[in-house]
Design a protein around this ligand. Structure first.
Ligand code: FAD
Length: 314
């Protein structure tokens, strides 16, 4: 069907370097990037987190960049996070974990051959220590299924020193219910999302309805557990079900939280926060916004129309 074709070509575009060069060189108007991405600099990210705080929204900030095959790039990404944490602390944004950071291990060196896992772990350790120093937390993003085991192993190592390091689990993977059970213990922060990569049938549900049902099964496990569930979805049905499950397990707002992406359903973010729920917005920033933007387009053609319109009206 046309929607599937569109999604497949956008995901292909997200991996095409020619397309990337063309679009990155196109003078994309600030408004396009700004809806989904905070900007390119540390100061931009700190400013956007500050704007969200005015409506009681918390934030987790992601320095864009993935699949690094160069140790220097990995070190650069680590340093960007260290600079970000310092800037956030100076702005008074990190106390009680109000603004935290999200990391992609592939951007910290995970894919660098045999030593990749160790390099990514060392870089992540530096960032966790810096986060601890300023009173905030870190969450490890989850990437494609070939990295799931390595990422969960790195999580286990980091949690020995910093038990508050959070993980992301993706309901489209068959394995995820079991991972939810493993990570539902006290102090465990788990961000549950549907999953955004294209995965084979051997490891992941292909049908959206199946992914949604799996999301609910995972949410039940996390809400019934002792940990801290982070409900990352814009799906109105899942947001509602999360509220019902939280009630059923006697959880008060603050013993779990909702998370959404910058620029997606902002009115709903504010509405939930006004109701007294904890709401955290995922803020990407940095020069490498291309892959991120293309994945958001693939998820929703109306985002694409917005993007093309803004390009055309410059
Ligand atoms: P979808 O199935 O995309 O949408 C369901 C419904 O939500 C739609 O029918 C519509 O009603 C509503 N909706 C969605 N988008 C819009 C919009 N633009 N405007 C209005 N309504 C809309 N994925 C990973 O693989 N790894 C990660 O580490 C990761 N981290 C994430 C962190 C956060 C905080 C969030 C929110 C998502 C993260 N994701 C991650 C992405 C996630 O896996 C999904 O790809 C993405 O969130 C889209 O799924 P959805 O749950 O919003 O539902």
């Amino acid at each position: 069907d046309p929607a599937t074709l569109m999604r497949q070509s956008l995901l292909a575009m997200s991996r095409s370097t020619t397309m990337r060069d063309t679009i990155e060189k196109a003078p994309v108007s600030r408004s396009v990037v700004q809806r989904f991405v905070a900007g390119e600099s540390t100061a931009n990210a700190v400013a956007v987190a500050g704007e969200l705080a005015a409506t009681n929204r918390l934030a987790t900030i992601d320095y864009l960049g993935e699949d690094t095959l160069d140790p220097e790039m990995a070190a650069h990404t680590r340093d960007a996070y260290l600079e970000l944490l310092t800037a956030l602390a100076e702005a008074g944004a990190t106390s009680d974990g109000r603004v935290e950071v999200s990391l992609k291990l592939s951007a910290l060196g995970q894919a660098l051959g045999r030593d990749g896992d160790r390099i990514a772990l060392d870089n992540a350790r530096r960032i966790c220590q810096a986060a601890a120093n300023v009173g905030t937390t870190v969450t490890l993003d989850m990437e494609d299924h070939t990295t799931t085991d390595a990422t969960l192993e790195t999580l286990r190592e980091l949690r020995q020193d910093w038990p508050w390091v959070g993980a992301v689990l993706q309901s489209y993977l068959y394995r995820t219910e079991a991972d939810c059970r493993d990570l539902a213990g006290e102090g465990s922060r788990v961000r549950l999302c549907k999953g955004t990569y294209r995965e084979p049938e051997s490891v992941a549900y292909q049908d959206k309805a199946e992914v949604d049902k799996a999301y609910v099964r995972c949410l039940k496990i996390l809400m019934a557990g002792e940990g801290y569930p982070m409900v990352a979805s814009h799906d109105p049905r899942l947001v509602e079900i999360a509220g019902v499950l939280a009630d059923r397990h006697g959880r008060r707002p603050g013993s779990y939280e909702y998370q959404m992406l910058l620029g997606i359903r902002p009115d709903e973010q504010v509405r939930l926060a006004e109701r007294g729920e904890r709401v955290r917005v995922y803020i990407p920033y940095g020069e490498e916004w291309y892959g991120y933007l293309m994945r958001r387009m693939a998820e929703r053609p109306s985002n694409l129309r917005f993007f093309l319109r803004a390009l055309a009206t410059r």
